[in-house]
Write a new protein. Sequence first.
Length: 683
Amino acid sequence: MVWRIGVDSGGTFTDVCLFEENTGEVKIWKVSSTPDDPSRGITQGVEEGIREVGTTAAEVAFLGHGTTVATNALIQGRGVETGLITTDGFRDLLEIGRQKRPDLYDIQADKPDTLVSRDLRIGVKERVLSNGETETSLDEEEFRAAVRELKKAGVKSVAVCFLYSFLNSEHEAIAGRILEEEFPEAFSALSHKIAPEFREFERLSTTVVNAYLGPVMKGYVNALSGKLKDLGISVAPQLTQSNGGVIGFDAAADLPVRTVLSGPSTGVVAAQAIGRMTGIENLITFDMGGTSSDVALLTGGKCQVVNESVVHGYPIKAPMLDIHTVGAGGGSIAYVDNGGFLKVGPRSAGANPGPSCYGLGNPEPTVTDANVLLQTQNPKYLLNGRMKIDQELSRAAIQTLADKLGMGVLETANGILDIVAANMAKAIRVISVQRGHDPREYTMVAFGGAGPVHAARLAKELGMKRILIPRTPGVLCALGLLMTDLRTDFSSTQLTRLDEASADGIGEIYAALEAKAYAWFDSEGIAPSAQQISRTVDVRYAGQNYEISVPVPAGKVTAATFEAIEEAFLNAHRQLYGFIAEGEPVQMVTFRVAASGLVEKAQFQPAEIEGPDSSAAITGSREVWMMEAGGFVTATLYDRAKLKAGNVVHGPAIIDQMDTTTVVPMDTTATVDAYLNLMLEAK
């Protein structure tokens, strides 16, 4: 037997998905995460998962991993002491930024902490002009002295970012050589390798974030690699990037800034695969875990890739799936604010101590406690009985909150779920309504450990009529690791008006980027038959400050290529902003190439439809609070593992499985499709 393993390390649980290549058998496993050292939870999950399916480490042909290590280190300020060397006169750019407040109307809003203190930021003499020409050569001795000063100060990492180095990287290349000579033990990040694009502050921020996280990620992957080898796994592990593809551990250690959305990105990849299987192209993904909820819009079966985002206040220029995150998870803590109003999140109880019902000493009520009290989740255990919980601890925690509000304990619990649903609905409106898309025309794909519990309540808030619950929703991000390809991205900024562009000139830009892609294919040992390249370009009206990425046809660049670019840009601009500016010049900004190495993926075959009768899957009933009734009703309990293709479940019902619970409201039916997904539809 040949097994492929995907592991997603979250804030509360570590999920493991095992897929057998020859038979298509899928097995899933969950263990509690170990935030102090995520590699322990991962190796425990892999070891137990292998044992559960009765195989050995020698039969593992692929191991992919999604992680929040880089994200958490950035959010919690656990990076390393970092130094910065930049063009003389620009050392304060990191602090000045764009001179924008985080919140326009909050005069007391704080900017995030600067990752490099001013005494560790050094300017050196060098200057490249905006056309790429060198005005002042790098003073190598001054640079060498700056490196020695940072070394003496005890920094562990050095970022180098010179003005216009994305057009001419000669000075940064010299800087890299000197760093190797003077300070080889330090982690170094050169901006022309990290983000070779325009906008100096964003490029500087990205380079500094990469340097700040580099040693953390390098230490993590080295520790995890050693533990996996000790288990007997001989294949080279892969790590998910924010763009949904995977790269080797060594590459991830050098470019941790590209992994800040490592965890949630593969859930979107899996949702895209499910959309292809089911023929549903327009989807909104809803991934609710223990600490946060991630949402994304899939139009035409694909999630847009954005090339710049802000993570915890820090601008990052790196390709990433367009995923919006809010602090609303099962572990989100409910509290009463200074105005006497009930609030939920973003603070989370995490894996330890976790929700009150875990019995690990947390006295504050969480979203999970509300579900346990209202019995939308099993009030006695989780993970099919492997994890015991205490409903009375949930009741006591929520009662404290209810007393402050002057409400009943059940009404307070229901209020917690209403508020968290409103928070998540707001996130979905950001990616849909605010971008010209009506969520009522989309199908919600709900996954994550808590997604199927809240999906129906959230869908009602948004007016959405259909919800798709995948076969293994609680570990879908881990499954997505078995459905993605190796991928990396290359870019080059060359501001060019579309009506003045030369086909030969643009062709040369793409030829240079594709040459880098083919060099990467060779370095990764990717066979020619598995190589895939796609082109895009960021486009705007001349004078605009934001670009729209549009596809560029393959092949020789001609006048027809420019016509296709303009048409795609105008259509996208009309969709996003509601208008086009007739007669305004269009400008191409950054040219991009995505290189993918296609790999064998988990494939699922449709099952034979067996009819609507689902009675064989009934395991009993329990009283469950349903918002339609405003109180408890008797809900039929089903074991999802016993549901067959074609079976129909009528609400009110609860469908249990090891990795999650699906709530089927009173006015809803759930139908099992040929791929064993649940399709919930409101009557």
